[in-house]
Design a protein around this ligand. Structure first.
Ligand code: FAD
Ligand code: FES
Length: 509
């Protein structure tokens, strides 16, 4: 079984050259996931000079770990959208996601990108014991928001009676990295410059914005877009309004065509999300070109670093898959990643709160980062070009919706509770308990130390205190990272920051 995503296995993004001298552009975009690449591409198409930087390889963040459902069916439900944003807000949300899917489709056509883009139906069904009224209410809310939807007696899955479900036509799916690679090529054809292995450590907005990199080089630009999934340019304004959740995925082989290609979701909390991807042994590096489908099943979400039973999570997913999709054969892939859940179910896209007017952010994917990332490209390019955009207020990063205050308090009480881990014992009491290729937090006197034992048995010790606002990190067995339970920062096994809001590595122990 492969512990990576099908996307990284079949369309590894190209390494990009490093930045070797100071540079200047109209726009500097930081982060080459779907949000940054779309924004950079759309601006380059409008003749802006654009520099795109990433501290790793483009697509190496959550865009390489996604399941790439393209949907205007909001994860948090339309009933919630109407409660939080009103009917007009819910209609705009639907319009924005529908437009994002159409934009992805048109970019594929225009730039001749073969990204396996496919229009499919979506089916939402109930877990056992749930009341059908839940579906009726959602159908009514979705229709009020302008979503095309109908109720059916069951979803089209052989061997599993889903019971009544909602059917949403004209959803879509694609291969996110074939898409990203194609858009990056189109970006460079339009004159854009891409650099890899370039970490931005400081952004200073103002008439001429300055981006400082970890190697001390500077990029100056008229506008800056921070598309790093979780922004590192803001200490608290956005981070108290979104929370990191960790989610798991498995991919099992099924005979080609045995399951109707569609997006499937249930209403369980946390919910399951399912799709198919056509592939072949040849595409996976073998010599047999016979196509088969990979059934991709995700779910088992929990708040980041607040549950460590990784194996149990994957096992539970597999049990659920076998009950619902009996055509599934052996599990061949498993992977995991982090989503940022905002208090009101929609991303934060626009001007960075409490910053200069020319610093923009895109964050808070809410499990819909493929479409939210595309909306970010469309909305931020309009803002930079000085054009009005009908979604500006809906996605404004400084917004606070009255109906979201309860969730805001709940999440921030949860964050406050994390600070009590300064007082608790460590996960292990001796380094002898740490096996090769794993890490654990250990108490040493008054402090806590994050200790990783590498394959050769050597120990690597860092302070366990997150460099954002001081919560204690935890070891993530699924990804071999140190994850912070508070606002989403993640560090590699050696303590190097891989995900903001932290902008510096874990300190020495
Ligand atoms: C398991 C899973 C399933 C999902 N399923 C779906 C789905 O079905 N549909 C959907 O719409 N969404 C889904 N999502 C969400 C979606 O994948 C993400 O929200 C989306 O990929 C985020 O894109 P991004 O561009 O914001 O961030 P990323 O793809 O993470 O890109 C950010 C980039 O910024 C770089 N970076 C970070 N800090 C710096 C820095 N300081 N300097 C330079 N570069 C930096 C990183 O290296 C990274 O490449 C899923 C997510 C997961 C984890
Ligand atoms: S991410 Fe905020 S304290 Fe760690």
């Amino acid at each position: 079984m492969k512990s990576t995503s099908i996307w990284l296995e079949t369309a590894q993004p190209e390494r990009r050259p490093a930045l070797t001298e100071n540079a200047q552009a109209d726009v500097c975009v930081i982060g080459a996931g779907i949000a940054g690449v779309t924004t950079a591409y759309l601006l380059a198409r409008e003749k802006k000079s654009v520099i795109l930087i990433d501290d790793g390889t483009p697509g190496g963040g959550m865009t390489g770990m996604t399941t790439a459902h393209l949907s205007n069916v909001i994860d948090d439900s339309y009933a919630e959208m109407i409660r939080l944003h009103g009917v007009d807000g819910a209609r705009l949300a639907c319009d924005s996601h529908r437009s994002a899917i159409a934009r992805i489709e048109s970019i594929c056509t225009q730039e001749r990108i073969d990204a396996d883009f496919l229009r499919v139906s979506g089916y939402l069904f109930l877990p056992p014991g749930h009341d059908e009224q839940e579906l009726d209410e959602e159908l009514d809310a979705a229709r009020q928001a302008g979503v095309e939807a109908e109720k059916l007696p069951r979803a089209p899955v052989e061997g599993f009676d889903s019971g009544p479900c909602l059917h949403f036509p004209r959803q879509a799916q694609f291969h996110p990295l074939k898409y990203l690679n194609g858009v990056l090529d189109a970006f460079t054809r339009a004159g854009g410059r891409v650099y890899g292995g370039v970490r931005a450590v400081r952004v200073t907005g103002g008439t001429t914005a300055d981006i400082e990199t970890a190697t001390g080089l500077h990029i100056t630009a008229t506008s800056v877009v921070v598309a790093t999934n979780v922004p590192f340019v803001d200490l608290v304004a956005i981070h108290t309004k979104q929370a990191p959740y960790y989610t798991y995925v498995i991919g099992a082989r099924v005979q080609a065509g045995a399951i109707t290609p569609a997006l499937y979701w249930d209403t369980q909390s946390p919910y399951h999300y399912v799709r198919l991807q056509r592939t072949s042994n040849a595409e996976l590096g073998g010599d047999n070109g016979t196509p088969f489908d990979l059934l991709i099943v995700g779910g088992e979400d929990h708040k980041t670093a607040q549950a460590f039973d990784t194996e149990e999570r994957f096992a539970a997913l597999e049990t659920w898959m076998r009950e619902h999709f009996p055509a599934a054969r052996e599990v061949e892939f498993r992977w995991s990643g982090q989503c940022m859940e905002t208090q009101d179910g929609l991303a934060f896209i626009g001007r960075n709160p409490m910053d200069a007017d020319n610093v923009y952010v895109a964050t808070g994917d809410s499990g819909m980062g493929m479409t939210h990332g595309t909306i970010a490209g469309m909305l931020i390019s309009d803002l930079i070009q000085g054009r009005p955009n009908r979604w500006t207020e809906l996605y404004d990063p400084s917004r606070i919706r009255a109906g979201a205050v309860g969730d805001f308090l709940k999440e921030n009480l949860n964050v406050a509770a994390q600070y009590t881990s300064y007082l608790t014992p460590g996960e292990v009491s001796s380094v002898d308990e740490i096996t090769p290729n794993t890490g654990a937090v250990m108490r040493e006197g008054a402090g806590k130390v994050a200790i990783f034992r590498d394959e050769a048995g050597a120990l690597h010790r860092r302070s366990a205190v997150c460099t954002h606002l001081g919560c204690i990190v935890g070891w993530n067995k699924a990804a071999s990272t140190w994850d912070c339970p508070c606002h989403g920062s993640r560090f590699d096994a050696y303590g190097r920051v891989v995900n903001g809001p932290a902008s510096t590595d874990l300190g020495p122990a």
